[in-house]
Write a protein that binds this ligand. Structure first.
Ligand code: ADP
Ligand code: MG
Length: 693
């Protein structure tokens, strides 16, 4: 074991003075190793480097002061408190404590010298500080203040700032004794080309910035850390990608006559973009290496039929296909499309539904296991242990952002057979900003369907307050008289399906009262799948005019005659989600409308966000803004898995570093492979690493 390995794994428990309690609290902050502690950066700093004369302290000032105790009293008026007056010759200041110990009281004797830090306010007797941070100091230390700013760390209950500060100090001392901790893994050449300070210097600066340190300097130090963190993530993905490139996969080809037969059976001609993407997929599938392709296409761009083509290629080459969708509703819909398209070509399509139990389920599992079922559709239930494929050659995942990176990889592992990996096709309507693409999706090649089928018009979006509700309801009436259908989407801020259901139910009742001639259906996440299906089918067939729904309809619903959507409380949703919802309309001929009906007053931020939707239907622009406004977790689908989290890096802030990160990663992989593993160990928690390759 090399020195650096040994020290990078040094535990916080090895620091002097860390007992069981402290260890537990540090654990809550995910601080297990010494370098975790060093990467736990202050959220802000307090300036305790200069004393303020007492005479000049004004209410509202945050100040470091020093003085001698003149008198101390316990006052019982209103609320019992300890009041202590200190003076420094320029004026007085009162210190007030509502909680205090006998020991504290007895030490605040007249003549005692104190140094206090706190915020001054107007008190009963004059300017005072309530519960200041204070310490007794010896006369000879008077005026001898800190040289560096005081860090304030994110903490947890029971873990005091003082404890964190002194632990970090000890950790920094340890680095000086032992250069193995925070060892510099980025070669000097690269470091100076990038203009970055060393890791150690950056860390020390961030924990102990000198008085007057420029914000720019601190920013640079933070970037230095973010850079290394992003580098570690990038290395992890690149290494995984390189590993996968060396694996074997079955060769899948779709014979021209079958392809033609399939395409001729469709009621439409493919768009140029669909054709191009199919070619890209065909090339991948015909190579004996696993395809790892992401197909990105805005809502309604026609990804499903592209997936069906790929599925047919696998099926024609004696392989099975697994198609995973994020919800039962969507899986069912794909099941119907696939059955409709593929069964005439002699393919057995199976649906592994959550609702199927007993006999049906057993039979489906058998058909999957013995290979009779060629295409298998389902939700993440397809991962389950009991699902065994006979010869899985292609895995298709729809709406990837709903799944974690790790779920995706797990399904790939599931299909490994005789050393061959299945090909993987991922489809998403959420355009992935370039910054994210380079990390969470860097193991994928990307195809873009950048063209909508002909005859689609952009959805006209308006943003109006709920005070104009009756006007909106009137518009629905007109709309339905024109024989077109409407969605009404109810949203709630809390992730509570129960509350959301109530809101939808109440809305449906109210709308039924206001629109007696309109046939109203209701669908929400708490309904049984059969009930949901029934309502959706009625809406599809046109026997329901107005569908009141929760956000369950977000993905996949495809009813071209529905051209008006009202979204209640859109200010509560993210932009990408709203864009998805809005994508349910604008699927047929004629104009389509989306009414974003907010609850006034709107915050300036919400106003800006809704304005973006009104102005653009470009999914890329929307996704970039979403990232900027909400952070990457949501988009990457890591909310659910709660795993990939950056400690220091912030993609919205540090995204511009990614080109350099990529270049540096290549240099390390080529010329300094020894640095890779230690960097991954340092930055990536065990569960986050792409794969042990
Ligand atoms: P998404 O990319 O959002 O998943 P879908 O695959 O659900 O889109 O396609 C939306 C609708 O457009 C479906 O009804 C589909 O049959 C239809 N569609 C797909 N491709 C074309 C095309 N080239 N021309 C006309 N309609 C198409
Ligand atoms: Mg789709």
């Amino acid at each position: 074991m090399s020195l650096s390995e040994a020290t990078d794994s040094l535990k916080v428990a090895s620091l002097k003075g860390v007992g069981a309690k402290t260890l537990e609290r540090l654990g809550k902050l995910n601080l297990h190793k010494v370098h975790d502690l060093l990467f736990h950066l202050p959220s802000r700093y307090e300036n305790r480097t200069a004393l303020m004369p007492l005479g000049s302290v004004r209410p509202g000032d945050q100040a470091l002061v020093e003085g001698q105790v003149e008198l101390t009293e316990v006052i019982a008026r209103a609320r019992r408190s300890l009041v202590c007056r200190i003076s420094d010759g320029t004026g007085f200041l009162y210190l007030r404590f509502f909680h205090f110990s006998g020991d504290q009281l007895s030490r605040l004797k007249p003549g005692a010298r104190l140094r206090c830090f706190g915020e001054a306010r107007e008190g009963y007797y004059g300017t005072e500080m309530v519960h200041p941070d204070y310490q007794h100091i010896a006369d000879e230390d008077a005026g001898n203040v800190d040289q560096s700013l005081t860090p304030v760390y994110p903490s947890t209950e029971g873990l005091h700032q003082k404890t964190l500060r002194s632990l970090v100090e000890r950790a920094l001392d340890l680095c000086l004794e032992n250069s193995g901790i925070l060892h510099e893994w980025i070669p000097e050449e690269q470091l100076s080309a990038l203009g970055f300070p060393t890791l150690f210097d950056s860390v020390r600066l961030l924990h102990q910035p000198p008085a007057g340190a420029a914000a720019e300097l601190l920013g640079q130090a933070q970037q230095r850390l973010a850079f290394e963190e992003l580098l570690a993530h990038h290395l992890s993905v690149s290494r995984f990608r390189n590993h996968m490139r060396q694996q074997a996969a079955p060769v899948l080809r779709l014979p021209d006559p079958v392809s033609k037969q399939f395409l001729d059976s469709l009621p439409f001609a493919l768009t140029g973009a669909q054709n191009r993407v199919i070619q890209e997929i065909a090339t991948d599938l015909a190579a004996a290496k696993p395809m790892m392709r992401l197909v990105q296409g805005d809502v309604g761009s026609g990804k499903t039929v592209v997936a069906a083509w790929a599925a047919l290629a696998a099926l024609s080459s004696d392989s099975q296909v697994a198609f995973m969708a994020p919800t039962e509703l969507l899986a069912e819909q794909h099941y119907r499309s696939f059955s409709h398209w593929l069964e005439p070509l002699g393919v057995q399509v199976a649906y592994l539904a959550g609702k199927h139990k007993g006999q049906i389920r057993r039979e489906t599992l058998e058909a999957i296991a013995d290979g009779r079922a060629g295409a298998v559709l389902g939700t993440h239930a397809l991962f389950q242990e009991e699902v065994k494929f006979h010869r899985l050659g292609l895995v298709i995942i729809d709406e990837q952002h709903r799944f974690g990176v790790h779920q995706r990889l797990a399904l790939r592992e599931k299909g490994v057979r005789d050393g061959q990996y299945p090909h993987q096709l991922i489809m998403t309507a959420t355009p992935i900003p370039r910054t994210l693409a380079m990390l969470g999706y860097a193991d994928l090649d990307v195809s873009v369907i950048d063209e909508l089928p002909p005859g689609r018009n952009p959805v006209k979006t308006s943003v109006i307050p709920s005070t104009r509700r009756s006007e909106v309801i009137g518009r629905i009436d007109d709309w339905v008289k024109g024989r077109r259908q409407v969605y009404w989407v109810c949203t709630l801020i809390e992730e509570s399906e129960v509350l959301e259901r109530e809101a939808a139910e109440n809305t449906a009742i109210a709308l039924a009262g206001a629109l007696p001639k309109v046939r109203i259906g209701l669908v929400h996440g708490r309904m049984k799948p059969v009930e949901k299906e029934e309502v959706m089918d009625s809406f599809k067939s046109g026997s329901v005019d107005l569908l009141v729904a929760t956000t369950v309809i977000e993905v996949g619903m495809d009813v071209p005659n529905a051209g008006l959507m009202v979204i209640e409380n859109p200010e509560r949703l993210g932009l990408a989600q709203l864009h998805q919802l809005r994508g349910r309309v604008g699927r047929g001929p004629g104009d389509s409308f989306c009414v974003l009906m907010y609850q006034p007053p709107l915050t300036p931020g919400a106003k800006e966000r809704l304005g973006i939707l009104r102005e653009t239907s470009d999914g890329f622009v929307i996704a970039e803004k979403d990232l900027e406004l909400r952070g990457p977790g949501e988009l990457l689908g890591i909310r659910q898995t709660g795993q990939v989290q950056f400690r220091v890096a912030d993609l919205a802030r540090d995204g511009e570093l990614l080109d350099q990160v990529k270049a540096t990663a290549e240099i390390l992989l080529d010329s300094h492979p020894d640095a890779v593993e230690p960097l991954l160990k340092r930055w990536l928690a065990d569960g986050v690493r792409y794969a042990e390759v």
